[in-house]
Design a protein around this ligand. Structure first.
Ligand code: GTP
Ligand code: MG
Length: 169
């Protein structure tokens, strides 16, 4: 199971997503500090909303196998810049929550996530659990183990740890 790191504004639905992934009933708990369990790291929305706290995101993301930008389908503006993936040393994915919102604009949120460099984008409704199974099966696929030599070779070639090695000519 990949350990997922969740970042996104307050009320985006990060904690609800962790509950939906665990198969629990949704119960509102304001995230007051970074919470780490074996499968997920949940952060307070304020870390993504303030440049003073955002360093906390960078530190904790190294503990995860995959980093997720979580944005509700009805968010009015984007907090994340273009090409975010270039300074995150983990695969970056996007998760669009609240797809049931009457104000949902999924194509707009998708374009923000594509701009940020998300390699996969999932759409979920934490209340009905729509889309949760698809995200779970992605998380259940473990990343292939990497030996020290392979890691060094990839570093020398300037490619990311999780990218396949180029084919020999
Ligand atoms: N309709 C709908 N409501 C949702 C969905 N996901 C979360 N919510 C609701 O949105 C509110 C905020 O959800 P949280 O999961 O606490 O949001 P958060 O991103 O963890 O917020 P912080 O802890 O403040 O960073 C709660 O009342 C949830 O019940 C969803 O997919 N659909
Ligand atoms: Mg929370």
């Amino acid at each position: 199971m990949k350990k997922i790191f969740l970042m996104g504004r307050s009320e985006a639905g990060k904690t609800s997503l962790t509950q939906a992934l665990r198969g629990e009933e949704l119960h509102y708990v304001k995230t007051q500090f970074t919470m780490s369990d074996p499968d997920a790291i949940d952060t307070p929305g304020e870390y993504s909303e303030s440049k003073y706290f955002s360093l906390g995101l960078a530190c904790f993301s190294f503990e995860a196998d995959v980093v997720a930008v979580v944005q509700a389908a009805d968010e009015p503006y984007n907090l994340f810049g273009a090409c975010l993936h270039t300074f995150i040393e983990r695969p970056l994915i996007g998760i669009i929550t609240k797809t049931d919102s009457p104000y949902a604009n999924v194509p707009m949120i998708r374009s923000w996530m594509e701009n940020a460099g998300c390699e996969r984008i999932f759409e979920v409704n934490n209340v009905t659990r729509e889309g949760i199974e698809e995200l779970l099966s992605y998380l259940k696929e473990d990343l292939p183990p990497l030996s020290f030599e392979e890691a060094k070779m990839k570093q020398d070639l300037g490619i990311r740890e999780w990218d396949p090695l180029p084919l020999h000519p």
